[in-house]
Design a protein around this ligand. Sequence first.
Ligand code: ADP
Length: 394
Amino acid sequence: MSRTVLVLNSGSSSVKFQLVEPDSGRAVADGIVERIGEESSAATLTYGEREVSRDDPVADHEAALRAVFDLFDEAGADLGTGLVAVGHRVVHGGPDLFHPTLVDDALIASLEELAPLAPLHNPPAVLGIRVARKVLPDLPHVAVFDTAYFHDLPAAAATYAIDRDVAEQWHIRRYGFHGTSHQYVSEQAALFLDVPLSSLSQIVLHLGNGASASAILGGRPVDTSMGLTPMEGLVMGTRSGDIDPGLFVYLWRAAGMGVEEIETMLNKRSGVRGLGGEIDFRVLRERIDSGDEAAHLAYDVYIHRLRKYIGAYLAVLGSADVITFTAGVGENDAVVRRDALSGMGRLGIELDEHLNDSPSHTARRISADTSPTTVLVIPTNEELAIARACLQVI
Ligand code: ADP
């Protein structure tokens, strides 16, 4: 019997889960419980060819986990045998937590103290950990941090140019997020190219609903687009990415908006949705094609910011051996990839249009043979990376 790890990603109203065989890399089963606490909850699980779902209300995160177990039963999937650990994705590890860490009461207390740094993300993760420990008390639980990979970012990239005392007192630095994905994808790029990771300068573009870019030299990240929180950097599905910090002050002072109102606007009603009314790039494209100017502007702003970061990271690295697209948009949207890199021939980046346009779910090259920079598409697999991180600990 192969050993498995249950990986949980607990959000405020959803729990994503995947049962992973870390040794083979196989995802045995995966699914999501959505709209927790609402009347119209939905839970689905995919196990091989089987998909099972339920839509009865799920009151809270504990009920969500119990619904997951019921789904495993219903699908005839054996969750228990071989299960060696539960891995929890935790967005913010703050200044001190960066190794995958065995969960105990002290760790939970530390995570709770970090809530102000990641108010939207860490409290649901802590809730998920608490509930999972209650429901699966005999297994080791491991927290894996999204910030971990960027812990040793060079000081020049990690430091905000603000009052040093304030920064020190409040642990203000650029932490970076999506680290599990940036690390996994950059390692996969080296494996795909069959060259040592230490020999490569890379740009990784993680373009999902959340989006971030990183510059990686010899296997070590040297810059990344997200900062103190996951709001900085690229334009995202619902987050603004980079803004003038004066905007926050202006809205607070002149428009009389409260802190939470501004936070909600920047996190939930900004980005592509805020400008174009739509988060899903497939629908956004349909709107653009039908002449919707707001959708067009949203797309243009998104691409403009993305190109700025690519240019910035080319300068940070000197040049890039490889640029890799990953996550929902990066893996699937050939037009985004084309528009992100068009006209960069003199920078050494040339796409092969045919390769770029050919859909696939596996790692692939999409640059022309003559392109000095290799451009890849590599599916991210944060769950597998988390599962493997768990094994280092238990
Ligand atoms: P997250 O994990 O941040 O929630 P994902 O990496 O799953 O996000 O990306 C989800 C997004 O990917 C969707 O909102 C959609 O915009 C985009 N996406 C998914 N499939 C496609 C596709 N076939 N073509 C274009 N965009 C897609």
